[in-house]
Design a protein around this ligand. Sequence first.
Ligand code: C2E
Ligand code: MG
Ligand code: MG
Length: 334
Amino acid sequence: TEYLALELRELFREAFIVDHHKQHLSASIGLALIPMEHEDPEDLLQQADVAMYSAKELGRDKVQLFLPSMQAAVDRRLEVERDLRRAIGGGELELYYQPQVLACGRIVGAEALVRWNHPTRGLVSPADFISVAEETGLIYQLGDWVLRRACEQLAHLGREGGLHISVNISPKQFREAGFVEQVRSILAQTGAPPEMLTLEITESLVIDDIEQTGQRMRTLKTLGVSFSMDDFGTGHSSLAYLKRLPLDAIKIDRSFVRDIESDPNDAVIVETIIVMSHHLGLEAIAEGVETGGALAFLRSKGCHRFQGYLFGRPEPFDKLLLQLTPPPQAYVSS
Ligand code: C2E
Ligand code: MG
Ligand code: MG
């Protein structure tokens, strides 16, 4: 069987011709073997699925056999999937907001970050369920809920609120055929001002198909929304896309900002990203700013927009509103 899988993978090495263009695809293959005793075909598919995701984690283009040690992962995933399905419709999700500030401390925006109030597990972090949502396709419903909720709250703030709201869009969600229509109708239904809405996308989106991604972004921009590139620098992709996509901002990933004061390499990387984004006419937003020292460094290199625990942790919408009134006072300045 493994031999067959390897053969199959070989076949994918050949380029596919689509519309007269050569397209290269890779295949990650998960194998599950039918055991002696009677098994549910659903279970078998689940096992193959888990093996396939393990193959993907090993790097693309791999073949992985399902191992009994993976069973725990299967069970957990099934449980999360079932719970999450219930959570989306059942009011267990909540949007938290983390402020985005200028050096003077003024809050100019906020990023919506989903939280799951699980009845027994407590507050679950998105790191623990976004990937399951992606793998199971639940991300469409989850993403719809998040965007709708964020737009309702944005409509509440209004244009005069002066607060930009950023929403994370997963690659799968962005690529879905109906995504543009979905954004259009959510904006219309909620009455949210589109020019106050930013969609955060990630580099993995451009690796696969930059043309289609760019086209879709341009269509969405005609609705009035903006785009940020999230987790910038972590995606191992070429920088060429930066001039080919209609981006408005780059978010410098927390992993570079974290050690900015102690690691000269990180300091250079961050400085380079700031300079580059300004040359390209893009705003640079630093993520994960935790210390006054990091803030001082970022300011000295020309970064003007920050997000991080130094200024505020993600909190429920009501708490965000409280921070806006009375007018925020200045934070550390150096
Ligand atoms: P992200 O979009 O890069 O969001 C920033 C994450 O960094 C948030 O984690 C935030 O709480 C955390 N963070 C912010 N400032 C600091 C800091 O100063 N120090 C440290 N140590 N961490 C900081 P969170 O809320 O756990 O979200 C994790 C990731 O889950 C997000 O990363 C985003 O990729 C994803 N995510 C969150 N909400 C959604 C959503 O509604 N849809 C989708 N598709 N993904 C989401
Ligand atoms: Mg984000
Ligand atoms: Mg990020």
